[in-house]
Design a protein around this ligand. Structure first.
Ligand code: SF4
Length: 455
């Protein structure tokens, strides 16, 4: 999973892209990059780490031009390090300067890469994104840029929300299933300055107006100096399958994506989860920060006070991305401190948005018992994660997914819980306005595409 941001026709393009990426930092912390176009050439800077570590004042001043795209990357298996940083920027035959930033995963990448290499293409990286460049470049011999991109999309299967900067044209596209979000906005008082971002929280920071989603199977083109956007459709007839895990876990609660306000959606998950498995408790407490919004809904539904009994140290990263088992357990301890008075002699309903490996839950429930909790009832605002994702979300392997090897009752016993309930898939889908337009394959095993063939 990654975050992308782009802007057209603004004299502060690099600085605004920096702030846009800042707002999207939760979508990727491994590396980041910005490309600008100054009317003659592209300027690129990428680096490993957080946005504020990679870009200093002098870097933003050197990224000149009124057009920019940027990217934050979440390191995934087989794709770590600065060599995988995006955007990519290339000069093509005929002088076309093309830069590209991509969120998602191309599931037929190995086949496409082999076909392109057989035709003479030389790849500079192992990133899926380079496949776009080679496919577009081949087609540019006979087609316009827009036609070349649309024709390349016919070959590509999988998840892609993409921004392309090409000699002052800013192009945004989303795969026909629409797996990952991409939104269109407009800068205040700048009619010809459009912004694109993975989530609306990036627009809020810039006081940009949210216009709408780039639709699944839509390519949007902003021409230099024009106020209009031109829309092209492709992949007609493909069922829309937006990633439900974006609403459960990834997106920021202050964002609107897929037409849903993430905060309200998570609260509805909490309400529904409690309606499915009621329990009398003294208080409802979230696992910070991931369980907060579902716990708010759960507390309202349960008629019990919402309390914070676990206080986060905000300077430690997510346990989800720690590399080794021993470091993860250390990470859990260093990151959260319990408030004893909220736990001792009380019946607790503890809420989180998912259980992936189970490491965090195990450590914290043991701590609640040690402190003297009377009862611990665990509620999860999504169904058990049972299957891998092929569309760019880097779950642990099946061996590491705790729900694959434990039924809810086995897990309840192993974790020493008084009760455990996962939100049902029907319950989850009841919290969104168009339930048939979502992918939930990591919960159900029903994949909207053919599965990728191993490399
Ligand atoms: S498999 Fe899960 S994480 Fe992957 S796109 Fe589908 S819902 Fe999202």
């Amino acid at each position: 999973m990654c975050g992308i941001f782009g802007i057209s026709g603004h004299k502060e393009a690099s600085r605004l892209t920096y702030f846009g990426l800042y707002a999207l930092q939760h979508r990727g912390q491994e590396c980041t990059g910005i490309v600008t176009y100054d009317g003659k050439e592209n300027h690129l800077q990428v680096g490993g780490g957080l946005v504020h570590d990679v870009f200093q004042e002098k870097d933003l001043s050197a990224l000149v031009g009124e057009y920019a795209i940027g990217h934050v990357r979440y390191g995934s298996a087989g794709n770590r390090g600065v060599r995988s940083a995006l955007p990519l920027s290339v000069r093509m035959a005929g002088g076309l300067q093309l830069a590209i930033a991509h969120d998602g995963k191309i599931i037929n990448a190995p086949q496409l890469r082999k076909e392109l290499e057989d035709e003479g293409a030389i790849f500079q990286s192992n990133s899926d994104t380079e496949i776009f460049i080679h496919l577009i470049s081949h087609r540019l011999r006979n087609l316009s840029l827009e036609e070349a991109i649309l024709d390349a999309c016919k070959k590509i299967e999988g998840a892609y929300s993409v921004l392309i900067l090409a000699n002052g044209k800013l192009i945004a596209l989303r795969d026909p299933h629409g797996f990952h979000p991409l939104l269109i906005g407009r800068m205040p008082d700048e009619k010809h300055s459009y912004v694109f971002a993975s989530e609306s929280c990036a627009f809020d920071l810039l006081e940009a107006e949210l216009i709408r989603d780039v639709l699944p199977g839509e390519m949007v083109v902003v021409e230099k100096g024009t106020e209009e956007i031109v829309s092209y459709r492709f992949g007609e007839g493909t069922p829309v399958r937006q990633c439900i895990f974006e609403l459960v876990y990834f997106a920021r609660p202050d964002s609107t994506i897929f037409g849903e306000n993430v905060y309200q959606c998570r609260k509805r998950m909490g309400h529904t989860m409690v309606r499915e498995a009621r329990q009398e408790v003294d208080c409802v407490i979230p696992f910070p920060d991931s369980g907060i919004y579902a716990a708010l809904g759960a507390a309202q539904e349960a008629g019990a006070p919402y309390e914070h009994a676990l206080i986060r140290n905000h300077y430690v990263g997510r346990t989800f991305i720690q590399p080794t088992q021993s470091m993860r357990e250390f990470g859990v301890r260093v990151k959260i401190n319990p408030v004893h008075s909220m736990i001792q002699d009380r019946k607790l309903m503890v809420v989180d948005d998912s259980i992936v490996r189970g490491t965090t839950v195990r450590t914290r429930v043991a701590k609640f018992r040690e402190i003297g909790a009377k009862e611990v009832h665990f509620r999860v605002s999504s169904p058990p994660v049972l299957h891998p994702c092929c569309y760019g979300v880097d779950f642990p392997s099946s061996e590491e997914l705790v729900a694959v090897h434990h039924s809810p009752e086995e897990l309840r016993q192993e974790l020493g819980l008084d009760s455990l309930h996962y939100l049902s898939i029907e319950g989850l889908m009841s919290t969104v306005s168009c339930p048939n337009s979502y992918c939930a394959a990591c919960f159900t095993g029903v994949y909207p595409t053919a599965l990728p063939i191993a490399e």
